[in-house]
Design a protein around this ligand. Structure first.
Ligand SMILES: [Mn+2]
Length: 368
């Protein structure tokens, strides 16, 4: 599945005359993000480092992953004949920094997300070489999903849809938020998911006004809104959806629900290649603002998703991203009234050549 991704990265980062992020060229890119390593090599283990130069690539892991890396890792770089897997015997970073691939290397790029202790170590060990943080270099490739990734994320979405519809009957007065979350999580595994993509949010009544509340011991009551925000993982790819249910009668909740739904559906309709994701955010935000609830929608409209549950692009008032075919991101406006209730509705959408496709299929009826 990692068809020529390292080669593509090499062409992008080490192309003559083209500067890397921050306007500085590098001779070697040190990759530490485990999802980035999976993306580039196919490795599914939890500990590895990948070094990429203009032509070469070296993959480091330890004994625990000797057999697994031999099975999984593909190093499809420009000079594939010399690319290799190194199984470190002692200290990972000592072996990395003393590897011959550093010969002649003057400028080392590293991922912005590296931890500080590793950075300090590299600074000491690679003395005399220039260290440059590279931001979102691989994430910028990951932003456009290929057919395999689209199918895999669609499957993760389907699993969450299926499980959500099979457990909605539980959401009624007397049951606790936790009980609902636990049942959801169990059913995700039963239905082919490898796990949940983030801690399931079941937020009821006043808890629903906390956009990122987790499921607690509160029991559902008549008149509550229940915000249910959940996701599944399938073959390492994540899904993310939110539905809000109104339990019994609540005129304020009905009113707020209609506004959020209109904001969400109108924003989705405007998505097509070339449209700025800032504009999509504005479309949803304007509807909520005009209805008088602007200050109760304090988060961004949406985020990209893939190997990480939050990844580029972003749809927000500050976003500089534009919709391109192959992007998958969430559209999730919400209104949160402190002490009273909260409503959020979230779908994942895929930008297509002509427009947009909604991946999430769960219905948007607020009542069971
Ligand atoms: Mn989300």
């Amino acid at each position: 599945m990692n068809n020529n991704k390292i080669t593509a990265l090499q062409k992008n980062i080490f192309a003559k005359g083209e500067s890397a992020s921050g306007g500085k060229e590098v001779d070697l890119f040190l990759i530490t993000g485990i999802n980035n390593i999976f993306y580039l090599t196919g490795f599914t283990g939890s500990s590895a480092v990948l070094l990429v130069t203009k032509k070469d690539a070296v993959f480091f892991t330890d004994f625990r992953y000797k057999e697994q890396s031999a099975r999984e890792v593909t190093l499809d770089c420009r000079k594939a004949s010399s690319a290799k897997i190194v199984i470190v015997k002692n200290s990972l970073w000592t072996e990395i920094t003393s590897h011959s691939i550093f010969k002649g290397v003057k400028k080392v790029g590293f991922e912005y997300s590296i931890d500080y202790s590793t950075y300090e170590y590299l600074k000491t060990k690679l003395k005399g070489r220039k260290l440059t943080p590279l931001r979102n270099k691989i994430e910028d490739f990951r932003i456009i999903k290929n057919d395999y990734e689209i199918a895999t994320i669609t499957k993760a979405v389907e699993i969450a849809d299926t499980v959500f519809s099979s457990i909605t009957h539980l959401i009624k007065p007397g049951i606790s938020e936790e009980e609902i979350a636990v049942e959801f999580e169990y059913q995700i595994r039963k239905n082919g998911g490898s796990g949940i993509s983030f801690q399931t949010i079941v937020a009821s009544g006043p808890n629903a006004a906390l956009p990122h509340a987790i499921a607690g011991s509160r029991k559902i009551k008549t008149g509550d809104t229940v915000v249910f925000d959940c996701g599944a993982i399938y073959k390492r790819y994540c899904s993310d959806m939110t539905r809000t249910l109104i339990i019994g009668k609540n005129p304020l909740a009905e009113k707020v629900y209609k506004i959020v739904l209109e904001a969400q559906e109108t924003a989705i309709k405007a998505i097509k290649p070339g449209v700025s994701l800032k504009k999509i955010d504005t479309i949803a935000r304007n509807i909520i603002t005009k209805a008088g609830y602007g200050k109760y929608f304090g988060h961004s409209l949406g985020h990209g998703i893939g190997l990480d549950v939050h990844e580029p692009p972003k749809s927000s008032p500050k976003s500089e991203d534009y919709a391109k075919p192959g992007m998958i991101f969430s559209v999730e406006p919400g209104i949160y009234l402190p002490g009273k209730l909260g409503v959020r509705i979230e779908d994942l959408v895929l930008v297509t050549d002509k427009g947009v496709k909604i991946l999430t299929k769960s219905n948007k009826c607020a009542h069971l």
